[in-house]
Design a protein around this ligand. Sequence first.
Ligand code: NAP
Length: 412
Amino acid sequence: VVDGRNAVAERLVIVGASRAGLFAAEGARRAGYEGPITMLGAEPHLPYDRPPLSKEFLAADEDTSPAPPYYRSIETLRQQLRIDVRVGSPATSLDTEARTVIAGDQSISYSALVIATGTTARRLPGASHLEGVLTLRTLDDGQRLRAALDSSPRTVVIGAGLIGSEVAAAVCKRGLPVTIVEPMPVPLCRVVGEQSGKVCADLHDRNGTTLRAGVSVSGLRGRRRVEEVVLSDGSRISADLVVVGIGVIPEVEWLRDSGLRLDNGLVCDATLNAGLPGVYGAGDVVCWPNGQPDRLVRLETWTSAAEQGRIAGHNAARPGEAMTFSTVSYMWSDQYGSRLQFIGDAAADEIVTVDGVDVSVARPVDRHLALYRRGDRLIGAFGLNQPRLIPKLRAMIGRGAAFDDAVRACRG
Ligand code: NAP
């Protein structure tokens, strides 16, 4: 590793032992970095894959592995990537003058640093005193939630985003009653937009999940445990278990006094540099100009965590050959045996259904494909059970393809 002043440095420190952090280590090794790497993780687990936590792990009633670790054991991780990995060691502050990360009583100096601390689940205000109110982000959260489902509770899910929608589908698959409450008119409104969100609403409806959209939660009631959810229209829903999926908060508290720029996450430039020589960011903690210099975005996807990690690791190892990073966002979600996929940007001038039934005039079917147009360009696509076309459309958005060409490619 050479730092911004081209002095040889001795240690790459990666804060965050999840997907982005791991790919940063791999990126640095691939870039030829041979020096020491220290990786700090807040959770007591080795890096693991999060997507199954809200999908098959919750839906299964037999023993299934919760979330597969990326490396089988700490020894394989240490040997293959030559990392000193310290789990259960959350970073507590950063001194950019002294180039030191503090983690409790540990003080680790770095010559290059990758910040990949991710996000934490937002909590519902005023509900912390009640038992039976859970969030889902970590492996431990997943295990708690699965254990809670074993007693066949009446479940209310707050928020119809990705967590809420997947949890509801998994609870439903176990044959248990579930209601989702969502303030927006449709599920996944922020991710896919209102028009495609109707397809998601229909999926819940057809599978027996009750969706209360367009109404918010005014409070939770119960003595020790939660007993009911009170809605803003005055109605009440009985509940033994409440799962809160109302978004995430970037994990930047430990950076508060570091002098790094924080604004909806850690602000980075196009090379994922956080404003100081040798300091980079990766994953869903990062806010950066994704190919558009005047607009910062923060992506919360499994795919971009890996892509950003690899680039941040490379750039930390070879700042003189720093690569810029931009991507076409990609996310998928599995619900009720269907695969939903969304690519690109939902802020469209027009959304055109090219396969399936137009949701504005009829009830949609099990296949749906909508293309998102801004000006004359393709900027996004939403697919329900369209695994073949989505990768092709993602490449087209990356190339700046014309909207009409995309429509022809899908219909042809
Ligand atoms: P999310 O996708 O941001 O969705 C949160 C939902 O909760 C939104 O619909 C939001 O509505 C709603 N909401 C916000 N405040 C609320 C309130 N007080 N009461 C009721 N609803 C409220 O976040 P998430 O579903 O919690 O997921 C957490 C993270 O896990 C995200 O980073 C997500 O990307 C990730 N994740 C990804 C996947 C996947 O990619 N398949 C699966 C699971 C989790 P507004 O839009 O109005 O704020």
